[in-house]
Write a protein that binds this ligand. Sequence first.
Ligand code: AKG
Length: 268
Amino acid sequence: MTGNRGGLIGEEQVRAYQEDGIVCVRQAFSAEEVDFLRDVVTRDMAAPSRMGREATRDGSGRFFSDTFVWKHIPELEGFLRTSAAADLARALMKAEKTNLLFDQFLVKEPGTSTPTVWHHDMPYWPVNGDQVCTIWIALDPVTRDSGAVEYVKGSHRWGQRYKAEAFIDKDLYKEDLPPVPDIEAMRDTLSFAQYEMEPGDCTLHHGLTVHGAPGNKRSDRARRAYVIRWTGDDAYYYPRPNLQPMLEDPGIAPGGPLDCDLFPVMRG
Ligand SMILES: O=C(O)CCC(=O)C(=O)O
């Protein structure tokens, strides 16, 4: 299998990703890589890029996000190019080519009450295709009470896109799509995945898998994640009005491949 570094991905995980839209891969990243990412997130939180946002809603704590961090802290490019992250995404998507869409830190500091609303990712982004996925790398031990992300298994195959709901700017998204259904009211009829994780563990989810997360109730530990968005062969540029801001205009044609300096090819 292409890009299957160190045998981290087997047939069963590819099947699970394709069927469930979510898999967890244990210890895909070394202690040195985790230390590197922890150092970078500390620096980034102290001096975020212009894409940095506070996603904290009313309540306690701090829900921090920054995107396109690799353009702000250039050492990240080495990690993006040489770590297992791109290989895992490529193997699960069954892609030949793999582009980086963007990277992101998502941090819930201790005592952050803000949940992550139920949503799926693609309505936020100027991209379309089946081969779109996210890797979420744990930089701290993650438990339900520290804000482990929860995923609705199989929701990427519901054949429906839901309206993006803003984490930050409430009036941003205007696409004419139905809202995400009331997932809490459907708990008995749906199947969920939520993983307790150690630093260096990661999850990969499909761009249409519905997911959300509780706040971080712990007072002793942050929930820091390095999150990378990847696309494969069938993905194309699909700009629409009022989307999540990208760092800059990528200068590529709608309907065409993503390959450009902003969304570079990392494999293939
Ligand atoms: O980390 C979180 O709370 C949300 C993660 C998320 O929405 C994502 O990885 O797409």
